[in-house]
Design a protein around this ligand. Structure first.
Ligand code: GLU
Length: 492
């Protein structure tokens, strides 16, 4: 049986991106589906752009999404270290080998020279490519330049006139002509290897079986393939997943970027999305389930996922769909989780204290429960609470309805006002008691009772459960609204 070893190899140059999270997820799912290993390692050779802060953010987001890794940074494993800057000796041994075999060479060309070369090629309408000037320097020439104190880069000698065939598990057979690839840099002048080189050594030494990554890396793959070949290593299986597109204001689709909205996982976390909703949504960005069902837990995805059902066509980031999925998970979540996720927004909006009292906690729980069907993410809570606690404006149709049933509604609300005046707080028990008394006193029940309260209280003919709404509003506001309604009804 094949040993599935998959990895996610982010560069810690910013927070975990939605696209990165999707790559991580697909690798995670395929590994788990085959009882394999999911590895997280870090590609930090870009010293200027890499930061510990980004690494922390990426780790936190992966954990938040539930993608725990079996091997890699923090958890360790047999093939570490798992940060490229801690693996320089591994790369050095391979570089020495390539240099000794003439498969790589020192290049002393200055940046100015290379820029001029590129410009000249472009002027002739050619695709820019390194001319190969330093390819055949003699050992003496090389020594002389080194003695002059020049700091060379190391380039890989790309074989000429060859076809590199990649059997991509998503895109099928993709062929590249090596003549289109100039001898590329594998070690910069500061002695640090570049991604295309280090990634090969990492994948080989970590025994990675499948590489699932974004389509933007497809053009890197032939470069990596020739390095595998030169070192005599077997290549892993590659799967390049399509770009994620965003829709701009004019409806045009372009590569998802900040102008389409937030791109980092943490931004969605802050907006009050649930991790299982994000995971579910990410899975559907490129992968299509077999049936009609669209809601899957991480476990269900693990069972059902397969690369055969991953599409080559670009995926579109549809915020409305994400909201719909999140709303579905909000409705399914337990009261404890709803409170955990909703409470920070209630604190921020000042509805409860930073250290909420027991009463406030009960209020928060009831409120979130009452309104959970009406939000698609938790950051919408304060606005919807305001909506139900705010002054009521009666639309024309509602005014007509009130006129038509004026006697019933006014009788019910007058009784409601009297009862409210006699209590200090509203909780489930006191509210039920009030309803019971109104029922007894007025003789109204069913729709006459409940619909009257709803219309008077909310100005709407449907909406959240009235019992819960009473608690969201609290005694004082209920009374205020009852009085306001009665004043308004008099004008009709
Ligand atoms: N560090 C690369 C990135 O963040 C990973 C490329 C790969 O998976 O080979 O895009």
């Amino acid at each position: 049986m094949e040993n599935y070893r998959l990895r996610f190899a982010p560069s810690p140059t910013g927070p975990l991106h939605i696209g990165g999270a999707r790559s991580a997820l697909f690798n995670y799912l395929l590994a788990k589906k085959h009882q394999g290993t999911f590895i997280v390692r870090v590609e930090d050779t870009d010293l200027e752009r890499s930061s510990k802060e980004s690494e922390e953010n990426i780790k936190n987001s992966l954990k938040w999404l539930g993608m725990d890794w079996d091997e890699g940074i923090d958890v360790g494993g047999d093939y570490g270290p798992y940060r490229q800057m801690e693996r320089l000796d591994i790369y050095q041994a391979a570089i020495d080998k390539l240099l000794a075999e003439g498969k790589a060479y020192y290049c002393f060309c200055s940046e100015e020279e290379l820029a001029a070369e590129k410009e000249a090629q472009q002027a002739k309408g050619e695709t820019p490519k390194y001319s190969g000037k330093c390819r055949d320097l003699t050992p003496e020439q090389r020594q002389e330049l080194l003695d002059q104190g020049m700091k060379p880069v190391i380039r890989f000698r790309v074989p000429e006139h060859e076809q590199v065939v990649i059997n991509d598990l998503v895109r099928g057979e993709v062929t590249f002509d090596t003549d289109g690839i100039g001898d590329f840099i594998i070690v910069k002048s500061d002695g640090i290897p570049v991604y295309n080189f280090a990634v090969v050594l990492d994948d080989v030494t970590m025994k990675v079986s499948h590489v699932i990554r974004g389509e933007e890396h497809l053009s890197n793959t032939p470069r990596q393939a020739v390095i595998y070949d030169a070192l005599g290593y077997e290549r892993p299986q590659f799967a390049h997943i399509s770009l994620i597109l965003g829709r701009d204001n004019e409806g045009k689709l372009t590569k998802m970027s900040k102008r389409h909205g937030s791109t980092s996982v943490v931004a969605y976390q802050e907006m009050g999305f649930l991790p299982e909703a994000i995971v579910n949504f990410l899975a559907l960005l490129g992968w299509a389930p077999e049936g009609e069902e669209e809601l899957f837990t991480l476990e269900e995805l693990t069972e059902q996922f397969s690369l055969e059902r991953v599409s080559k066509s670009p995926a579109v980031f549809d915020m409305e769909k994400l909201k719909w999925i999140n709303g579905m998970y909000i409705r399914k979540a337990s009261a404890e989780r709803l409170l955990e996720y909703g409470l920070p927004y209630l604190k921020k909006a000042g509805y409860v204290d930073a250290e909420p009292t027991v009463e406030q906690m009960i209020w928060a729980m009831m409120t979130i429960d009452a309104l959970k069907n009406y939000i698609s993410c938790f950051s919408e809570l304060p606005a919807i609470i305001d909506q139900y606690r705010g002054k009521v404006i009666y639309r024309d149709e509602i005014v007509d309805e009130i006129k038509a049933n004026k006697e019933i509604i006014v009788t019910v609300m007058t009784a409601m006002k009297e009862k409210l005046e006699k209590v200090n707080t509203i909780n489930s028990d006191t509210y039920q008691q009030i309803l019971k008394e109104i029922r007894k006193e007025t003789g109204y029940k069913g729709r006459n009772l409940f619909h009257s309260i709803r219309v008077a209280k909310t100005g709407e003919d449907h909406g959240p459960d009235l019992d819960k709404l009473a608690i969201v509003m609290g005694r004082d506001l209920m009374l205020e609204r009852a009085n306001e309604f009665l004043e308004f009804a008099e004008t009709l």
